[in-house]
Write a protein that binds this ligand. Structure first.
Ligand code: SF4
Ligand code: SF4
Length: 171
């Protein structure tokens, strides 16, 4: 049986230069500044989006934006308050209170449906879990601005309004 060849690599960091850290820091800064100067001389090279005035144009069709609650063909809320999305949500940021549906064959609908965007990690788990395709993340809203924490808690009416907005954008 042949002898196994083992390549021994000397552990770095022993020399005075390496232990000082400063030469490595200055070397890194040198690379950063060389790119900075190069880009200053040739600004055409830079890809700039004047956000938020200008929207990025390279957003994939499969992006995950702010949620929307879907409506059925008759205009009613598609959600049947089954709690599957809230159960699947890893951030526990979906709050649902169910009520009895007054007409139709379906038993329930949400009386209260809220998503706390400050806790949401935009994983898409709620969309995947929904058996009714009642919640989607293709509202066309991919940035959300608010002045206080409460602005980021989206209630049922707000989520339904995102559906109407998305439909307008789809034409
Ligand atoms: S996207 Fe993920 S974190 Fe956000 S509400 Fe849906 S399941 Fe929860
Ligand atoms: S959005 Fe879908 S998963 Fe969530 S409660 Fe409604 S029907 Fe169930």
């Amino acid at each position: 049986m042949g002898e196994i060849k083992i390549k021994k690599i000397k552990r770095g960091g022993d020399s005075l230069k390496e232990r000082l850290y400063l030469p490595a820091i200055f070397s890194g800064m040198g690379v950063t500044f060389s790119h900075f100067i190069k880009n200053l001389k040739d600004t055409d090279n830079l890809k700039v989006v004047w956000y938020p005035e200008e929207s990025p144009k390279d957003i994939t069709k499969n992006y995950r934006g702010v949620h929307r609650l879907m409506r059925a063909d008759d205009g009613s809320v598609k959600c049947v308050a089954c709690f599957m999305c809230a159960t699947a949500c890893p951030s526990e940021c979906i709050f649902i209170v169910a009520k009895e549906r007054e007409n139709g064959d379906i038993e329930k609908e949400p009386d209260r449906f809220e998503i706390d965007l400050l806790e949401c990690v935009f994983c898409g788990g709620c969309v995947e879990a929904c058996p009714k395709d009642a919640i989607r993340m293709d509202s066309g809203i991919f940035s959300f601005i608010g002045g206080k924490r409460e602005d980021f808690i989206l209630d049922k009416d707000r989520l339904l309004s995102h559906n109407d907005l998305a439909k307008r954008n789809d034409g």
